[in-house]
Design a protein around this ligand. Structure first.
Ligand SMILES: Cc1cc2nc3c(=O)[nH]c(=O)nc-3n(C[C@H](O)[C@H](O)[C@H](O)COP(=O)(O)O)c2cc1C
Length: 150
């Protein structure tokens, strides 16, 4: 059974709702899922599949609950070459720094040799009143990439 570890970064809970909705879909396809909320590095498997679901706050900044993880990765420089990850950003196009946080996390993971699977999904909450709907369409395709991983 394929395992997916979801990593959420959120200030007001929207990214967490989206992650929890994704879990329902992945479990329907018999994935084994774990959702983490602003985890530290020791809470995460350093191989396998991660799915980052993160909103943006401040001016393109990471939500406070995921800042410690980003700092830990930058400082401890773990080898993430055995990690495959997907990325979902939630933000608002009223900000110039639309989905800035997921861009930063994507770059950070790449810098530590993790491999991204598929293109990131960037959800503009101004356009998608029910962001779970868009996430659902995306995950239906993304999960096929995971099934096909060796
Ligand atoms: C103070 C504040 C700053 C924000 N800054 C950004 C930003 O720089 N870029 C962006 O895309 N969205 C920004 N947003 C929009 C949030 O990312 C959006 O409301 C999102 O749905 C929040 O998700 P969350 O509940 O998981 O934190 C900001 C929202 C607030 C309230």
């Amino acid at each position: 059974m394929k395992k997916v570890t979801l990593i959420t970064g959120s200030t007001m809970g929207k990214a967490e709702y989206i992650a929890e909705h994704i879990v329902d879909i992945l479990e329907k396809y018999n994935f084994n899922t774990t959702v983490t909320y602003g985890p530290s590095l020791k809470d995460l498997p350093i191989k396998g599949v991660w799915l980052i679901v993160c909103s943006t706050h401040g001016a393109g900044e990471l939500p406070k609950n995921i800042q410690p993880l980003a700092k830990e990765i930058s400082e401890k420089k773990p080898d993430l070459s055995q990690v495959n990850y997907g990325a979902i950003g939630i933000g608002s196009k009223e900000y110039d720094t639309f989905c800035g946080a997921i861009h930063k996390l994507d770059q950070l993971l790449k810098n530590h040799h993790a491999k991204r699977i598929g293109e990131p999904l960037e959800i503009n909450i101004l356009e998608h009143e029910v962001p779970e709907d868009l996430a659902e369409i995306w995950i239906e395709k993304w999960k096929d990439n995971i099934i096909n991983l060796a």
